[in-house]
Design a protein around this ligand. Structure first.
Ligand SMILES: *Cc1c(COP(=O)(O)O)cnc(C)c1O
Ligand SMILES: [Zn+2]
Length: 467
């Protein structure tokens, strides 16, 4: 008897395309080999992006064939195709499949808002819950690509020792520490720099739990970033901030997944995303652009970036055309509390060259962010404050007529509710320090009720009817 054809996964070959990926300067367009760890252009100091010089050879397949390849890979159980490297050719084809580090990232669910929540938002929408990544934020997408690359070069070049380092508003360090901890301890050390008192206890516990060296510094994220940039410029370290374009490429997977989850139909698609350092919105735009160039999708989506009024440099730029860093004030969307976003020049280029009138930035209040989060979570979601910011931003965009009632709307919840329970508690206790400008509404409060261990007392409290 002929051997039965096993599973579909056996018929899927591991990707053989390795591309011709180099660093490319977004300022002077100089190109540099990936062999050195670079974060800014050595000749002009601008940001770098990754450029696959043989990208056009991918056009040998029509879009339908790529869609089919990606759809078939979703059924594979091979670890190097299970996460963001399902889209290997578009993420970082340089990395050999054997070097891919997969810790369970990507393929996060798209959860529809129920009728009540859609009614509250005044439009149907879905939440892509990136809080369901392994370290509970979307940062895992970019770490999976950067750390897989590191793993690849360590093997290829037999590098004896490397120090991975980042500054963070909390989630980058959690993700970096997690992914670095998977690599051989003898070779790979892990250090994170955090602004003291400006990350939540859960976020602080994550790099500590992963065994990272955690350094706390006074100031805010922007101050830590300055230190880490100086270190990256002058010392042998592997920088894991989103200035590192290896990270941005992994984060493009968000867009590939959204398109795939929608059956590759991106007509009238709107994607709403909170903006901090602007790495995520950059990656999301680049991701859709890749799919569009390969004719995997027929339309670019509309992008709505959302910022808090307490950290709004990108919003101000969108209104005035002038970019200036701002002084941030405390925000519940703490992971996006950034006054001088590193990736802003990339956003500007992408808008000018490709997205034009397909991108908007809206601004929301701290009060709206909290109420967005609490309301969503009262209707079956587990979104973080930045997810609340996205939902508040959707309402704002709708109010301003930037989004239509019949659009397909996807809201990015960038991390998990449980990372930000402190802010939930402050709301319930009505104990926000005045600088947040948040007051509590009774209908969104909740608190445990202490009763005696007595069924009748519980029944009386609940007003239960006798059978
Ligand atoms: C990092 C982060 C953001 C901001 O993303 P940027 O790429 O910095 O714009 C938003 N939400 C969460 C939960 C984050 O961790
Ligand atoms: Zn340059």
């Amino acid at each position: 008897m002929a051997k039965k054809h096993d599973s579909l996964s056996d018929s899927i070959n591991l990707p053989s395309y390795r591309g011709d990926v180099v660093y490319s300067c977004i300022g002077c367009e100089s190109e540099y080999s990936l062999d050195d760890f670079l974060y800014t252009c050595p000749s002009c100091g601008s940001l770098l992006k990754l450029l696959d010089r043989s990208f056009d050879t991918l056009k040998a397949y029509p879009g339908s064939r790529w869609r089919d390849i990606f759809d078939r890979r979703r059924m594979s159980n091979h670890p190097s195709l299970s996460g963001i490297f399902l889209y290997h050719e578009l993420i970082l084809p340089t990395v050999e499949p054997e070097d891919v580090i997969y810790l369970g990232e990507g393929h996060t669910p798209l959860v529809q808002a129920n009728e009540d929540l859609a009614g509250w938002a005044r439009v149907p929408f879905s939440v892509k819950n990136d809080g369901l990544n392994p370290s509970a934020s979307f940062k895992d997408r970019g770490m999976a690509s950067a750390i897989s690359y590191l793993n690849y070069v360590i093997r290829k070049r037999d590098i004896p020792e490397v120090l991975g380092i980042c500054a963070s508003t909390g989630d980058t360090s959690a993700a970096a520490a997690l992914y670095l901890s998977y690599l051989p301890k003898g070779r790979v050390k892990s250090v994170v720099l955090l602004p003291r008192g400006k990350v939540t206890p859960q976020q602080l516990s994550q790099p500590l739990g992963s065994g990272s060296t955690v350094i706390e510094l006074p100031g805010v994220f922007d101050d830590c970033m300055e230190i880490v940039e100086e270190l990256a410029e002058n010392f042998e370290v592997f920088l894991l901030n989103s200035r590192n374009p290896l990270r941005i490429n992994g984060q493009k997977s968000f867009s590939y997944e959204v398109a795939q989850q929608l059956g590759w139909d991106t007509s009238n698609l709107v994607v709403v995303v909170p903006v901090g350092n602007a790495g995520n919105i950059t990656a999301i735009m680049e991701g859709f652009l890749d799919l569009y160039r390969l004719e995997i999708i027929d339309n670019l989506p509309t992008i709505v970036g959302v910022q808090s009024s307490h950290a709004d440099p990108v919003y101000r730029w969108s209104m005035t055309g002038k970019y200036n860093p701002v002084e941030v004030t405390p925000s519940v969307a703490q992971a996006a509390m950034i006054g001088d976003p590193v990736s802003f020049p990339k956003v500007k280029n992408l808008v000018e060259e490709h997205f034009g009138s397909r991108i908007f930035v809206v601004r929301v209040s701290e009060q709206e962010i909290m109420e967005g989060m609490l309301t969503a979570n009262r209707h079956g979601h587990v979104v973080c404050t930045q997810g609340g910011e996205s939902i508040a931003g959707l309402r704002k965009a709708l109010e301003k007529g930037l989004v239509g009632k019949t659009d397909t709307i996807v809201v990015d919840s960038t991390s998990h509710q449980l990372k930000f329970t402190e802010f939930q508690q402050m709301y319930f206790d009505d104990s926000f320090p005045p600088e947040y400008g948040i007051s509590t509404r009774d209908e969104l409060r909740n608190a445990p009720v202490a009763l005696r261990a007595d069924a009748r007392e519980v029944a009386r409290y609940l007003n239960l009817k006798k059978k």
